[in-house]
Structures are given as C-alpha cells and as structure tokens.
Design a protein around this ligand. Structure first.
Ligand code: GDP
Ligand code: GDP
Length: 438
C-alpha cells in the first residue's frame, strides 16, 4: 500500500502551495485529459523511488471559541486518522497562533509520526526566528519554502523516514506472478458489495487461503476457470463472516490505496444515478494511477431506455478519458451480464502487462512516421528515431529522437492509436514519453 501523507495547518500557511509542489509532476499527465474534474485535496506524489499519496486537509479550520474537534470537518479528521505521517505546516513569518497550539495538541494526542515545518522561510536567517516553534512540543522545526521549492527534499526525507519503506525495485520482482490483483471501485451504493457477494456465491469461483493474507483482511484470493485473482482490499466494505457489507464511511484514502495496489480496477457506476462528480473523481484517480480499467454500469435492470440513453451520453461527456476501457452493462442483483466481465478483466490485465520488444516498437514507430510525419515546430522538425518500453501496468513507450519537445498532442494521440492497435491494448492506459537528445 502506498503511504499516505497528510498536510495540516491553519489556513494560509501554504498547504495548497506545498500540495501543488509535491504533486505537480503527476498533475501534468492528468491535465492532458479534458473533462476530468479533480478533487484537489488528494494527489499522488513521488520522492526518490517512493510513491505516496498526499492529502491537503483544506477543511481544517478550527475557531478559537468552539475548539478543534467540533470544527474539524469529519472528512478531514478521517484523513488525518488514515494518514501514515502528518506534516504540520506553520507560518515562519506569521509566528505561532492559538490555532497552531490547538492543532499541535490534537496531533500530539494522536501519536502519529508528525513533522513540523515552518513554511515561507525563504531568505530567512537560519535559526533565530524559528526557535519559538519548539514551544509546540513537536520537536525539530524544518524551514521550507513551498513557493520557492526550498527544504522540500529534507522535509520529505524526514517525513518518510519513520515509515521504513521497502525498496520498490525489490517489490517489483514479484509483481507478475500470474495473479490478477483486482479492485472494485465505486462510490457508496453503486452495488460493490452486491457484486462481490454474487461473485463469491458463484460455484465457479473458488476462494482459497493464501499464505500471508490474514483472515479478517478484506482481500480474497480466488480462482476462476484456472485464472488466479486476488480481490484486494476493497474500499468501503467490511467482511462479516462469509459476506461483505458496505460500511457507512466512504474513504477516499482506502479507495486510492486499493486502486494503487491493483493491476485492474473494475469501476462500478450506478445506472440509476448517472455519472456524478464523485464517479468522475474516482475515474480520475484510476487514470492517474495508470491501472487498467473495466467499466461496469450496474443496476441496468432498473432503468428504461430513455434513462439508458441519457446515461450513455453522460458517460461520453464526463468520462471521455476512459475511452480505452471496455464498458459492460450489468445487474449485480439479478446476475445479468456478469460473465463477460471476466473476459474484459483478463484482456485489460494482458494489455497492462504487454511486453513490447524494442525492434518491433521501433518498426511501428518508423512506419507511423512514414505514414504521417510530425509537423514542424517553428524552425524544428521533430525527428523520431527509435522507441523502447519503459514500464508495465501501465505500459510506457519511450520515444527517442531530436527536437521531440515540438511533437504536438495530436501527433502523440495519432501514435498512441497506432500502438494501441498493434498491441491490442484495450483496457489499459498507455503513456508515451519523449526523450530528446538535442
Ligand atoms: P493554505 O490555505 O494553507 O492552503 O495556503 P496557500 O497555499 O493557499 O497559501 C497562502 C498564501 O501563502 C498564498 O498567497 C501563497 O502564495 C503564499 N505562500 C505559500 N507558500 C509560500 C512560501 O513558501 N513563501 C511565501 N513567501 N509565500 C508562500
Ligand atoms: P455498495 O455501497 O457499493 O457496496 O452498494 P450495495 O451493494 O450495498 O448496493 C446498494 C443498493 O443497491 C442495495 O440496495 C442493493 O440491493 C442495490 N443494488 C445493487 N445491485 C443492484 C442491481 O444490479 N440492480 C438493482 N436494481 N439494485 C441493485
């Protein structure tokens, strides 16, 4: 599971600026997709080899008179509770306020790894002004400047140190063991528990115990027609004996972690509700994670043809970036349309794990260029020379050449289309990166 880092602090200390700095590299990818609404409060970030989830607890606004617990939005409290490490941000220029004391008291009682950072510290002399923050009783104060990008590396090294993160390169070695890690994602009430219970009641699906998985963890290894699956920690559900039931609290963090640990995500939508903002957010996270996706529109039994028509249109306009995914219309309750999901999941997994040999990729690239060469960008004509595979799940194609920064988005999409067709990539996002050598 990716670790979770929560940014807390009173308003205006620079939390969102810090959030943007930590997450910006990933945002660039998502920004390419029109129609994608983003929940600004959650983002993916990377420090050295480690990927983690950042939460900007923007709603943390205690007031002096009624104390911190009442004012803290439930969501925010939940986010802090779910975080592995808390970064408490204070204002190096503004000094300590009563709110800072309240927050510090709360965090001390929480007993989580917490680091204290004094933001807006650019151009300040080391030491002197920061001494007062030791009063908060949270130990060392790290000076940072979110807007100038200073002290961020030190901050991240300190924040992640207590978590003893494993080297992700070593973990990758066991990644492709033939088991498809599957997560069922969707907002509350779309029918996740109904679907999973229907599945687990199927004769063809054989659940088994896998060493290393605890009984109460919500992770079910199973086999179906010879293919092994692991239904991973499905967000928002609780296991009660043999059946799953939805828990009231919807956790964005758990959803994100489930998505991140999966190879394939089954995104469930509710035909009776259309595509909501929350659906679009979840879809956005899946896209950002690079996981393979199958879309299942549930409760198809409960809508008439007019509603179906509306729904199809709302999917087209609100989730246009999921065009690469197969879409199925199902009824978990009436057990309709469920069979074909398995084929789609297997296809998405195969596509996500696709191996693309360099000679073949390069040949496809050169054929594409011959069919249609990239436009000139000012004085420069991009020269695409060869391509190699830079990763799996999602597949990444790295193109090498000259003046590649002038390759247009349209041209990239043209290339994407050719690669998708050649490798049959239905179900997985595909990333194309340009490595220019001049
Ligand atoms: P939040 O309410 O805690 O999320 O704070 P914001 O990120 O919205 O920042 C509040 C204000 O502080 C904005 O005007 C930012 O431009 C400014 N700010 C953020 N980081 C820095 C910094 O490192 N140095 C300075 N001087 N200003 C900053
Ligand atoms: P979860 O919160 O995503 O786990 O959703 P549940 O599985 O608890 O389902 C929420 C509600 O939708 C329940 O009342 C289910 O009976 C109902 N439901 C689930 N699947 C279907 C379906 O395929 N058709 C219809 N009509 N109702 C369904």
């Amino acid at each position: 599971m990716k670790p979770v880092l929560a940014l807390v602090g009173r308003p205006n200390v620079g939390k969102s600026t810090l959030f943007n700095r930590l997450t910006k590299s990933r945002d660039a990818i998502v920004a390419d997709f029109a129609g994608l609404t983003r929940d600004r409060h959650y983002g993916n970030a990377r420090f050295d080899k480690h990927e983690f989830i950042v939460i900007d607890t923007g709603g943390f606004e205690p007031t002096a008179d009624n104390g911190i617990y009442k004012e803290m939005a439930r969501q925010t409290q939940q986010a802090v509770a779910e975080a592995d490490v808390v970064v408490f941000v204070v204002d190096a220029r503004g000094g300590i306020s009563a709110q800072d004391h309240d927050i510090a008291n709360y965090l001390r009682r929480l007993g989580k790894p917490t680091i204290l950072v004094a933001n807006k510290a650019e151009g300040m002399k080391e030491g002197a002004q920061l001494v007062e923050f030791y009063e908060l009783g949270l130990g060392e104060v790290l000076p940072v400047s979110a807007s100038h990008g200073q002290g961020i590396r030190d901050m991240m090294a300190q924040a992640l140190a207590p978590l003893n993160l494993a080297d992700p390169d070593e973990e990758d070695a066991e990644a492709d063991n033939g088991i498809i890690k599957l997560a069922v994602a969707g907002r509350p009430n779309v029918g996740k528990s109904t679907l999973i219970n229907t599945w687990l009641g199927e004769e063809r699906l054989v659940a088994f115990d896998m060493p290393g998985t605890t009984r109460d963890a919500i992770s079910v290894p199973f086999e179906r027609n010879g293919q092994m699956f692991e239904l991973i920690d499905t967000a928002g559900l609780r296991r009660k004996g043999k059946v799953f039931e939805a828990i009231e609290k919807f956790s964005v963090v758990k959803t994100l972690q489930a998505i991140e640990s999966a190879n394939v995500v089954l995104l469930l939508l509710d035909a009776t509700q259309g595509v909501t903002d929350q659906d679009a957010h979840i879809a956005g996270y899946i896209l950002e994670s690079g996981r393979a996706v199958v879309v299942a529109v549930n409760k198809w039994d409960a809508v008439d043809s007019y509603q179906r028509e509306l729904l199809m249109r709302s999917i087209e306009t609100r989730l246009p970036f999921l065009k690469f995914a197969a879409m199925h219309f199902i009824s978990a309750k009436k057990r309709q349309g469920l069979g074909p999901l398995w084929g789609a999941i297997a296809q998405a997994h195969k596509a996500a794990m696709c191996k693309m040999p360099t000679p073949l990729l390069t040949r496809l690239l050169l054929e594409a260029v011959q069919f249609q060469s990239p436009q000139r960008g000012g004085m420069y004509r991009p020269k695409l020379r060869y391509a190699h595979q830079g990763g799996m799940n999602p597949p990444i194609i790295v193109i090498h050449g000259n003046s590649l920064e002038h390759v247009t988005e349209t041209y990239k999409r043209f290339l994407e289309g050719r690669f998708r067709k050649a490798f049959n990539l239905e179900g997985t996002p595909l990333r194309i990166e340009m490595k220019t050598s001049s």
